[in-house]
Design a protein around this ligand. Structure first.
Ligand SMILES: Nc1ncnc2c1ncn2[C@@H]1O[C@H](COP(=O)(O)OP(=O)(O)OP(=O)(O)O)[C@@H](O)[C@H]1O
Ligand SMILES: [Mg+2]
Length: 337
């Protein structure tokens, strides 16, 4: 357990000034992703999952402010690097991104091959510098690499697929193309933002399996954002649960699903369609980042709320003898019943 994690996020705080005041979008986000593992980031809509991914990639809107924290990629803090240094570290086999929506990610007027070649040029062919000139030799190498990857992600007729337009593919096939594009530079770390939410369940399962297999073949690690615990059970080794911009529980998938400790995680898992409650099972709403409640942000929606919950933000405490952390006063030793 002494190996440096591929990614460690420490006490990350991000805010955005708005016309109505300062929105505290991430507040004390904290987790580790070990080499070769998949870490799921779970939470309801609006809890800050995409903002977290954008912060790691360095593509936050210009007005966003990093108030505190570190993002350690192989032990080096991306937030303390200059923009060119950071780009160099991310591109060319460092970190790549699979976006959420396979319908929006492609430009409809260009052939898929042209668009995927551009992604490869940006990220770099494996073993080559990013940003190479679009020479005939680069095009040929990129094409060979892409055809091989399209076969790996099981796009039918991979040889000819690159000469088609995006609308000639189904949603599931387009998602496979996006996975191929993200894996083409053989990244060490893959960030996937709800990559299968737009797809039907069967396609979703096939794609998750392909993604997991390719990740293992390439010795990569993955941060996988989703609100679906069914997907988490299938693909993630560990889970980090976020609520209103804060990490509130983190641990191995089996212990989070079988024995969730935070009342929010308990309710969220109860929301899975295979269980009894619907998504409306948690009364109330995620608070606005403009005016989050004091102390535990889940307090106003929590059945176990007590006065001290509103006094301070509970720290993420390790549970005895377990690789499982939770931020809840009910689980603090002096506060435990
Ligand atoms: N540029 C911005 N300015 C102001 N508020 C923002 C900005 N970007 C995001 N937010 C707010 O931050 C919160 C988190 O947004 P984010 O998109 O990260 O959530 P999410 O967990 O990815 O949600 P979803 O599951 O719907 O994709 C939301 O309340 C959102 O309205
Ligand atoms: Mg999102």
């Amino acid at each position: 357990m002494t190996e440096t994690p591929i990614l460690s996020v420490r006490n990350l705080k991000i805010s955005v000034p708005t016309d109505e005041g300062r929105a505290q979008i991430l507040d004390h986000v904290d987790f580790d992703l070990a080499h070769g593992q998949v870490l799921g980031i779970a939470g309801e809509s609006g809890c800050g999952k995409s903002t977290l991914m954008k912060t790691i990639l360095g593509i936050l809107p210009r007005q966003a402010v990093v108030d505190d924290g570190q993002i350690l990629f192989e032990g080096d803090d991306l937030l303390s690097m200059s923009v060119p240094e950071r780009r160099k570290r991310i591109r060319g086999g460092g970190i790549s991104f699979i976006p959420q929506d396979p319908f929006l990610a492609f430009n409809p007027v260009f052939k898929v091959g042209k668009q995927l070649t551009e992604v490869l040029r940006w990220n770099g062919l494996p073993g080559e510098e990013p940003g190479a000139a679009l020479t005939a030799s680069f095009r040929r190498k990129a094409r060979e690499q892409l055809v091989e990857l399209l076969r790996a992600v099981q796009v039918p007729d991979a040889e000819n697929a690159l000469d088609r337009y995006p609308h000639q593919f189904s949603g599931g096939q387009r998602q496979r193309l996006l996975i191929a594009a993200a894996l083409a530079s053989k990244p060490k770390l893959i960030l996937a933002d709800e990559p299968t939410t737009a797809l039907d369940v069967t396609t979703q399962m096939q794609i998750l399996k392909i993604l997991r297999d390719l990740m293992q073949e390439n010795d990569a690690s993955m941060l996988f954002v989703t609100h679906d615990f069914g997907v988490i059970a299938q693909i993630c080794d560990r889970v980090s649960v976020m609520y209103s911009g804060q990490t509130i529980e983190t641990g191995p998938t089996a212990s989070i699903i079988d024995a969730p400790l935070h009342p929010y995680t308990q309710r969220l898992i109860g929301c899975h369609p295979e269980k009894s409650e619907g998504i409306a099972g948690i009364p109330g709403q995620v608070p606005s980042p403009l005016a989050p409640p004091p102390g535990c942000r889940f307090g106003p929606r929590c059945d176990s709320f007590r006065e001290k919950c509103a006094l301070r933000r509970p720290p993420l405490n390790f549970m005895d003898g377990e690789d499982h952390r939770v931020a809840c006063v009910l689980r603090e030793k002096e506060g435990a019943q």
